[in-house]
Design a protein around this ligand. Structure first.
Ligand SMILES: C[S@@+](CC[C@H](N)C(=O)[O-])C[C@H]1O[C@@H](n2cnc3c(N)ncnc32)[C@H](O)[C@@H]1O
Length: 244
């Protein structure tokens, strides 16, 4: 899947990004929330991406905005025939994800620091993409979705889960803001907004339907909205489409 083993690493992992991300500063708090408070969508992801219940040998799975790497590690562990890659902008969360993979002794799971809005070095040979709770926080949603569409192979699928409750989504971010304010100097700035806006159903639909998928299945429950998008088996001329 990768054109080079570490092509997505930022050139210097020790370099600080300015302004700093709350996910960097409060990585342990987010990892704690992910582990114990957020819904686990493993079952939904499995049936959406691998309807047979058993991915084919050599399946390349990508988790974007993977945070502490819950899903990449889980799928790599449950399906040794899968090669999983997690990408996140936060170096500390990526370190946590790598530690999780190492603890589980996973040889088929890699984590890279990178921007989901610009995966320029990723070849378009990915079989399946997981995106959980990323659009909530990312500045350019269309860019992320365009990258997902580009890196998927023909016939590849992506699973998207986005929260629908503003209040519930704001709680972890507010907690991170409080913690960051307690530990940072008063003039320090952080990248994330004070509050996140969840996507309304119409916005979500418009986003996912903005690309020429072969099929898009959108669902909703009390707390989340989901999209399962499949890229056409036939190669389309992506250049002429993106220029349109
Ligand atoms: C709300 S968390 C979701 C984490 C995980 N997917 C989950 O389900 O809990 C958003 C994650 O996206 C990462 N992130 C934010 N902007 C990003 C970007 N442009 N590219 C890659 N990751 C990004 C953050 O560092 C954070 O780990």
């Amino acid at each position: 899947m990768m054109t080079g083993s570490h092509r997505y690493e930022l050139s210097d992992e020790s370099a600080s990004q300015s302004p700093e991300s709350l996910f960097e500063r409060c990585h342990w708090l987010y990892a704690l929330c992910r582990e114990y408070f957020f819904r686990d969508h493993t079952r939904e992801i499995t049936s959406a991406l691998f309807p047979s219940g058993n991915p084919a040998n050599g399946t390349k799975l990508l988790e974007l905005g993977c945070g502490p790497g819950l899903y990449a590690c889980r799928f790599a562990k449950d399906f040794p025939q899968v090669t999983a890659t997690g990408i996140d902008l936060s170096k500390r969360l990526i370190r946590r994800a790598r530690a999780r993979a190492a603890n589980l002794q996973l040889q088929n799971c890699t984590f890279l620091v990178g921007d989901a809005q610009a995966l320029s070095q990723l070849a378009h040979s990915v079989d399946a993409v997981i995106v959980s709770r990323l659009f909530l926080i990312v500045p350019d949603r269309e860019a992320v979705l365009t990258e997902i569409f580009r890196v998927l192979r023909p016939g590849g699928r992506c699973f998207i889960a986005e929260p629908t409750s503003g209040i519930v989504s704001r709680l972890p971010l507010s907690a991170m803001w409080v913690l960051a304010r307690m530990t940072a100097s008063p003039w320090e700035k952080f990248r994330e907004p004070q509050q996140v806006e969840v996507m309304r159903p119409g916005e979500f639909l418009k986003l996912v339907q903005g690309l020429p998928w072969a099929s898009v299945d959108v669902r909703r429950d009390d707390w989340y909205q989901y999209a399962v998008c499949e890229k056409s088996e036939a190669r389309i001329n992506e250049q002429s489409w993106s220029a349109a």
